[in-house]
Design a binder for this molecule. Structure first.
Ligand SMILES: [Mn+2]
Length: 283
């Protein structure tokens, strides 16, 4: 198992992303997930130079979707406005290119639509599951097109189910598997995130088992979006389930970090997961 951290977690902590790299190396992380936003050639070059010096890998690129920024709000793969979909398509293509340049393996996509059609469905009772699937299914040809682009660049495109408070479209492993089967492309798979799973899945192990043929990346955060061990998620059962399906790809931590405590959180979080992983039983 290899361990990575999303660089988006350091927002507000460091002025430059490169400052996080020696810290992560010192704490024995293997890799980082780069932020899916445009970078200057100069910044990218200095970033890759430091990675090489420290012998750190790039796991992939974290797609910036939804309300994380004003730009991200306009990336709507499920929009009814073709211009908006084009915008999201261009964004994915740029991130695939960025991922290739950095030697990363994967980019996550999340499914958002327009605010006027997406009445905040925080209860999952406003729109029926059938209505949601119908809109999601419209994106299949585009997802297949983007998977071809990803394949040409040696990158995997991974669908990440989010919880209902982010988007009501594709919130669990079952919906993601449905999309994967329809897209039917070797470069298209699934990313499961324990924070979102905690809200949407009936059971961690059932969801992991369900997604087993497509599961190519994982985001780890506790129920409070902090590092594992800071909340009450049962990471032994999560690790046990991913060992059972012989998942051997990255565990990428995606916590909210604070200026005053990020060092201890990163140190304790990885120690906690490594400790559980060495004692957990399979199954
Ligand atoms: Mn995530």
């Amino acid at each position: 198992m290899k361990y990575s951290v999303t660089l988006s977690s350091f927002k507000g902590i460091f002025e430059s992303l490169t400052e996080a790299l020696p810290v992560l190396k010192k704490l024995n992380y293997d890799a980082v997930e780069f932020i899916g936003e445009k970078q200057s050639r100069k910044d990218l070059d200095s970033f890759t130079d430091i990675l090489d010096t420290l012998d750190l890998e790039v796991a992939g690129v974290t797609g910036m979707w939804g309300n994380v920024s004003s730009k991200a709000c306009g990336r709507r793969l499920l929009s009814l406005d073709r211009g908006m979909v084009e915008n999201a398509k261009r964004y994915v293509i740029q991130c695939i290119e960025l991922c290739r340049q950095l030697g990363g393996q994967e980019l996550n996509v999340c499914l958002f639509t327009d605010p006027f059609t997406s009445i905040p469905d925080f209860s999952h009772r406003i729109l029926s599951h059938k209505q949601k699937l119908k809109l999601i299914e419209k994106s299949i040809p585009l997802l297949r097109f983007l998977s071809n682009n990803a394949k040409d660049h040696g990158v995997l495109l991974l669908l990440e189910p989010l919880n209902r408070y982010a988007t009501p479209y594709c919130c669990n492993a079952e919906d993601a598997v449905h999309v994967c089967e329809a897209v039917d492309h070797p470069s298209f798979g699934i990313l499961l995130d324990t924070f979102h799973m905690n809200i949407e899945e009936d059971s961690f192990s059932h969801a992991i088992e369900l997604a087993r043929d497509f599961l190519l990346h994982m985001h780890f955060a506790d129920n409070n979006r902090k590092m594992p061990g800071s909340g009450h998620l049962d990471f032994s059962s999560i690790l046990s389930a991913i060992r059972k399906i012989k998942y051997q790809r990255y565990i990428s931590f995606e916590p909210n970090l604070e200026q005053t405590s990020y060092l201890d959180s990163l140190k304790e979080g990885i120690a906690y997961i490594k400790g559980l992983n060495s004692t957990v039983s399979i199954g």
